[in-house]
Ligand binder design. Structure first.
Ligand code: ATP
Ligand code: MG
Length: 238
């Protein structure tokens, strides 16, 4: 993954604490086990959960929150319970992906609907969470995350849009299997990808490489890169 150093360090700390969990527990300390990742789409929240699984050698158990919520009326809370119980039985990285509504639902205090019920169940399960693995929740919504949600996580951090350094690094990493022309003006490339997600940057690099490979060229030229970025920018503005 390509991340700004301070975000990389946040992920790495979760991994280090997990690796040292027994040493920590000898001092009555608990590793960070409940992590909330927030930030714009396509910048590595879901990928970050996979990375935590990979680096801790825990299997990944992914729950799509919206799917859970739309399960039969009245059953989402008990489905959630089943998920948490499974995570207790079998150490894993439990990924509660795209649980955007945790941010919204509590605002409607008197709402007795399904969403409010699930949020309340989730808050309770988070409180009681003592599974051997790591729980990772992700959301795009950040402005309205309330105190009750924040408090129940051991770590909350943002996975932000890539900065200049990360854009170039994403590009180079994606293109590591092909040759890149020495003529590329990186300042221009970075400038034209600014504000786009890591996912779009990866896509631009792949598109540029594919265009070169398809015409039988061995090197990705500046023109390939420019066309790929233009196409993505145009697509975004549609
Ligand atoms: N930081 C990153 N480093 C390398 N590749 C990345 C990074 N972020 C995103 N990508 C690429 O973009 C794809 C989508 O990223 P991911 O699914 O993690 O986004 P997300 O933050 O979960 O977005 P959403 O909010 O839409 O679910 C990844 O599979 C990967 O190819
Ligand atoms: Mg995601």
């Amino acid at each position: 993954m390509v991340l700004p150093p301070e975000v990389e360090e946040r992920f790495a700390r979760v991994e280090r604490e997990y690796a040292a969990r027994e040493r920590l527990s000898a001092y009555g300390l608990r590793p960070r086990k409940r992590v909330l990742l927030h930030g714009p789409p396509g910048c590595g929240k879901s990928l970050g959960a996979k990375r935590l699984a990979w680096n801790t050698t825990l299997p990944l158990m992914k729950v799509k929150f919206d799917a859970l919520l739309s399960s039969y009326f009245g059953e989402s809370a008990s489905n959630l319970r089943t998920v948490f119980e499974a995570a207790k039985e079998r150490p894993c990285v439990l990924l509660l992906d795209e649980c955007d509504f945790i941010a919204r639902s509590r605002s409607t205090d008197r709402d007795v609907g399904e969403a409010a019920r699930v949020v309340n169940a989730l808050l309770q399960f988070l409180d009681e969470y003592d599974a051997p693995g790591i729980l990772v929740a992700t959301t795009n919504v950040e402005e309205s995350l309330d105190e009750a949600i924040f408090r129940r996580f051991d770590d909350v951090f943002k996975v932000p849009l890539p900065g200049d350094r990360e854009i170039e690094q994403l590009f180079r990493t994606t293109l590591s299997a092909v040759k890149i022309s020495g003529q590329i003006d990186w300042a221009t490339v970075i400038g034209s990808l600014k504000g786009l997600s890591a996912a779009y940057t990866v896509k631009a690099a792949q598109d540029a490489a594919k265009a070169a490979v398809l015409v039988g060229r061995k090197t990705v030229e500046e023109e390939d890169v420019r066309l790929a970025i233009d196409e993505i920018r145009r697509g975004k503005s549609l």
